[in-house]
Each structure stands twice: as C-alpha cells, then as structure tokens.
Design a protein around this ligand. Structure first.
Ligand code: SF4
Length: 440
C-alpha cells in the first residue's frame, strides 16, 4: 500500500471500443507493477477507475449513472478515490468535477497512464490532466487481454474529422507507433503465450511510420514474428488500398475479415459526413476484396437518421446492405455530439422516424447475417477456443478465421487458447454451431 494515499486496491470499469480495452489492460498492469491490487467488486476498492467513451451521448450517460451509484461507497469510505479517465475525461476536463464533485481525478486519453503517479502525488502531476502528448507513446507496454490474445495499438488519434465524430477531439492528431515498437510488442506477447493479436487504430489504413504503411506493417508482423493469427481494425474506405487486400490474401496469418464502415448509402449524406468516398467507389473496393479472397468476412458500421437524411436516402443505405451482404453490422441512430460539425446542423429526422429506420435496417441485416452464416454449414473452420459460451457452461466458444463465434460441446481435451478444426453443423443470425473433427 502507498502509505500516503491509503490506496491498496482498485477496480476498473471500461466503456467503448477495443482501444479503451487495450488502454485499460495496460493501466491495470502498471498499477499492479506499482504494488496495487485489482479487485472484482467495487465495494472492496480504495480506487474506482472509469475508462470512458464519448462516441455517443448514451455512453456518457451510462458513466454519469454509474458515478451516481458509486457515491454510496464514498459516503461509507471517505478515503475512496474516484478516477474518470479516457475520452469523456478528455472532452470535459475539470467541468466533469464541477458536475460530479465526488470525482477526484480526471485524466484524458494521453494522460491516463500517469494515474499511478497522480494518486501518489508525484511532482508534476495534478488531479485534472488533459493535455495531448502522444507524439511518442512507444513507452506504453501492451499487455495481453486473455492468456492467449492481445491488442496492440499501432496508431493513436485521427485526422479525418468526420462531421459526426468526437474522436479527433478526444484522441488528438494521428500518430503512428514505430515499426520496432510494434514488432517488439508482438514478440513480447508471443513470449507470454499469445497466439492471436489485433492491431488497433481509429483508421489503421492511415498508419505511416517512415516508409512503412499499413499493408507493409502487416507483412512485417506476419513474416518477422511467431504470432499465429493477426487481426486489425478499423479500416476507413477512403484509405483502404488494393495492396492491403492483396496482403490479406497472401499472408496466411492475416485473418480474412475486414471491418469497413460504410455509414450511409447516399453520396450526399457521405459528403455531408466528410467521408470522402462515394458508394460507387465503396462497391468497387468490395468487389476487389471478394475477387481476391474467396472466403472473407465483412462487417460495417451504419448511422441512420443523420441530420437531413431523407427516406429515399435511407433506402439507399438498405440497398448497400442488400448488395454487399455483410456478415455483421453495428447499426446506430445518429447521436449529436457537442463540438462536432454536425452538432450545428438541425437534427431534422424525428426520433421515432430514426427508431423506425433502425428497426428496418436491423431486421434486414439479421436476415442477411442468417443467410451468410447458413453458407458456412458443412465447412471446416480452424477456430481459436476462447472459453465457455456466455450463456451455457455446456458449450465452448471459439472464433473462426472470419471472426465468427462458433459454439461446440465442452470436451475435456480442449483448453482455451487451442486451435481446433470445427465442422459447422448449424447457424443462426449471430452464431455458428459445430463440432470438433479429425482432419487428416
Ligand atoms: S475516421 Fe471518422 S469516424 Fe473514424 S475515428 Fe476518425 S473522425 Fe471518427
């Protein structure tokens, strides 16, 4: 225990994307190295950490709700400290403490790793720190997410300023980690037993370090490390290159899955969003991806009810979904974020119309997802066993090359972290079902 701050234990809650998960893992590891103990229950902790997301208003509302709920612990234990870190902390700064006075520390996206210094009151720290400083973040040591998988952040920030998105404001300008840092990080995780890594960036295709772009980076990781599987996200349709598609086809370790957020099927809306591609260009890239990779799984993000989106423009989005036939999609109603360009537009689509559009879209995507999954029946998929099914202890959960969840009966011979050949016997809209088979 640090005698001065009376903090011995901590609890962390993480909201939002995989980059936040990766940051939380690193923060946890740093705190443990400094002698603090992680606990599972909030009421056992001397320090409560909330690593937050600002992408949608709902995400922030959830954190406000949680901060309200944990006030009771502070009343019982006046020494309890509460830290809000990450995107919401970055966006709000000391306004957060004004709104929620029982919050003790507010550390933005580039400052959260300094939390151990802050709670120990080291010189040069303060309870609110939000200045960007990720020009060189190669000091961050990635840690594994599970005993066999890990995330490695390859770039931080984003320069795209899509009209609806808060990320460039809360994560700052794009900055790529060095190639050496990434290769060493992969090797470190492999030495610790990791077999699958996910390379993360707001827009991995904008990765650039000296002469190395993202497709070359993928080749280097595949060819110069002993990692067995490589995944990546997210790709921006404006920046994805044919060469990247070729690398995915050529490098066996790179898994056949691309997350390519389309956002809208209307060129006018895309222009308004500042996405810098047309639907025709998007379809051409999808055609090339499918031409080069017999089996590839595609996922996307879609926003419905963007300000001024007409019914006809929404139909164009449905057309894209019908034509591309995504395996999965993350679908949202437009949510205005203060400070973004689109927050100044009149949010002209009524809330119930947005809800109707979302329901129609989800229904369509579910039926297509179901059909896509039916095509996998009879195939053998080499899958990574991740653990028990979230719903049943009689089933193990594994992940296919195409990033689909497959459930298999529990067998004593199989441990999480193993690759197994699974024959797919059945499928619904979200999950495959199968059994392990012998392969000669
Ligand atoms: S590419 Fe656009 S949507 Fe993605 S993080 Fe950057 S600004 Fe946001």
């Amino acid at each position: 225990m640090n005698k001065q701050n009376n903090i011995e234990t901590f609890h962390i809650s993480t909201y939002g994307c995989q980059m936040n998960l990766a940051d939380s893992s690193t923060l946890v590891s740093t705190l443990i190295t400094r002698g603090y103990r992680r606990v599972k229950e909030e009421d056992q902790a001397d320090l409560l950490i909330f690593n937050t997301c600002s992408i949608r208003e709902k995400a922030e509302q959830r954190v406000y709700g949680r901060l309200g709920e944990v006030y009771k612990y502070k009343q019982k234990n006046p020494n309890l400290k509460i830290a809000v870190v990450g995107c919401m902390a970055q966006r709000m700064g000391d306004e957060l403490i004004r709104k929620v006075p029982h919050v003790d520390y507010v550390l933005g996206t580039d400052r959260l790793f300094e939390l151990p210094d802050v709670i120990e009151g080291l010189e040069g720290t303060s309870s609110v720190m939000t200045a960007f400083g990720h020009e060189n973040m190669d000091f961050i040591t990635p840690v594994k997410e599970t005993p066999f998988s890990g995330f490695i952040t390859i770039s931080r920030g984003c320069d795209n300023f899509c009209s609806y998105c808060i990320v460039p404001f809360v994560r700052g300008k794009v900055q790529s980690h060095s190639v050496d840092y990434i290769l060493e990080s992969v090797r470190k995780l492999v030495d610790e037993g990791v077999v699958e890594i996910t390379l993360l960036g707001q827009n991995v295709n904008s990765y650039k370090y000296e002469d190395t772009d993202f497709s070359r980076l993928l080749e280097l990781v595949a060819q110069n490390t002993d990692i067995q599987r490589i995944r990546f996200m997210t790709s921006h349709p404006m920046d994805i290159s044919r060469r990247l598609v070729d690398v995915i086809g050529a490098e066996e370790k790179v898994m056949p899955h691309i997350h390519l957020p389309v956002q809208s099927g209307s060129n006018r809306v895309l222009k308004d969003m500042g996405r810098f591609y047309t639907i025709d260009q998007y379809h051409k890239m999808i055609d090339y991806i499918r031409l080069k990779n017999d089996y590839i799984s595609l996922s996307t993000d879609i926003i419905v009810g963007y300000p001024s989106e007409t019914g006809e423009e929404f139909e164009m989005t449905l057309d894209v979904v019908r034509k591309v036939r995504y395996d999965t999609a993350f679908m949202f109603k437009y949510s205005s974020r203060p400070g973004t360009r689109s927050a100044e537009f009149t949010d002209s689509v009524p809330e119930d119309e947005k809800s109707d559009r979302l329901i129609r879209l989800i229904k369509l995507q579910q039926s297509i997802g179901y059909e896509q999954n039916q095509r996998e029946i009879g195939q053998i998929k080499y899958s990574l066993v991740e653990g028990f099914s979230k719903r049943s202890k009689d089933k193990l959960r594994a992940r296919t090359e195409g990033n689909k969840t497959v459930l298999i009966p529990v067998t004593e011979k199989i441990e999480p972290g193993q690759f197994v050949p699974i024959k797919i016997n059945a499928a619904d809209a979200f999950t495959l079902h199968g059994e392990i088979v012998e392969v000669s």
